[in-house]
Design a protein around this ligand. Structure first.
Ligand code: GLU
Length: 312
């Protein structure tokens, strides 16, 4: 029988965190993610990552959806993480039954004071204080009187590597870089890593296109995928948009919120055109729709340096 090789249709995702309004930086990454999937006939998932309660802003989730629709984005399925906690709890149970997580009673201050070097803005390294300290969750709870968090047990010595389709080969020694990283604030309080891993698999995501600020977070996600017997999607980390000072685009660089452009009468095609030009897919000043960009999509055309928003 003749073998027919059919490329399975990719499944990509847009995963906004409703911690603030959508701005040019978010949209450039979403544009690349959407085009990557759609240009190959793939499907797109919209997943609202609203588990970060202290930082989530009321109305930001609805605002992001409205802005994306105004720009012409569409998607095939929509999910909200805060309604999916039962799935994360189940995954945590699985990891517990395999002995791959343990309860930890250390406070943030305990972990901070154990750092050998300052880690400004970086995830802290956990020295393993509670590894093997308690025989059960109940014992840990009795010890400190508040619910312990759950940490993933990272094997010593192992390097985790993967081929990023944009950034290239990336390797990290997770034990040295992070140590046993946290997965859940408490039994029901899954954090970003656990939720993203569970959801990418549950939603059939085959490719993750996101900002390269998350490159260093990927090896930990791969370890959790392996521990749960889940597949590793194709990763594509693209450069962030930065301000003229080279720092990640933020309020200090002026108002680059999509809502502000919309309110001031800008056309979606002009915004997409600016961002497409920064990816090498449009001429400066050209207005384009997402549909126009489908045949022009090329990862190879995107510059590897961060895009400076001041040049828009
Ligand atoms: N919600 C994350 C963010 O907005 C993205 C996470 C991901 O793409 O895995 O930074």
């Amino acid at each position: 029988m003749e073998e027919v090789l059919v490329e399975t249709r990719p499944v990509g995702r847009l995963a906004p965190s409703p911690t603030g309004a959508l701005h040019l930086g978010n949209v450039r990454t979403f544009m690349i993610a959407w085009l990557s999937a759609r240009s190959r006939g793939g499907r797109v998932i919209m997943r609202m990552e609203d588990l970060d309660h202290p930082k989530d802003r009321p109305g930001a989730a609805e605002g992001a959806v409205e802005d994306l629709r105004w720009l012409g984005f569409d998607w095939d399925e929509e999910y909200v993480q805060s309604r999916r906690k039962a799935f994360y709890r189940d995954a945590l149970e699985t990891l517990k039954s395999k002995g791959l997580v343990y309860p930890c009673v250390c406070s943030r201050r305990d972990v901070e004071s154990a750092q050998s070097a300052p880690h400004a803005g970086e995830q802290l390294h956990y020295p393993g204080t509670c590894r093997g300290r308690f025989s059960s969750w109940a014992e840990a709870l009795a010890f400190c009187g508040r619910p312990p968090c759950w940490r993933f047990r990272v094997e010593k010595g192992g390097r985790v590597g993967f081929e990023d389709v944009f950034a290239g080969r990336y390797e990290q020694n997770v034990a040295e870089k992070l140590g046993d990283f946290p997965l859940a604030r408490d039994e029901g309080g899954a954090g970003y890593t656990l939720a993203a891993v569970v959801d990418d698999a549950a939603m059939g995501v085959t490719e993750v296109v996101r900002g390269d600020d998350l490159l260093a977070a990927t090896p930990a996600q791969i370890l959790v995928q392996r521990a749960l017997g889940l597949p590793t999607p194709r990763y594509c980390h693209v450069p962030l948009v930065v301000g003229p000072d080279g720092r990640r685009l933020a309020k200090r660089h002026g108002d680059t919120r999509i809502a502000r452009y919309r309110e001031s009468g800008a056309r979606p095609g002009a915004i997409l055109g600016m961002l497409a030009a920064s990816c090498g897919w449009a001429a400066p000043g050209e207005e384009v729709s997402l549909a126009d960009l489908l045949p022009r999509f090329s990862l190879a055309a995107i510059p590897h340096s961060p895009f400076v928003a001041g040049t828009l």
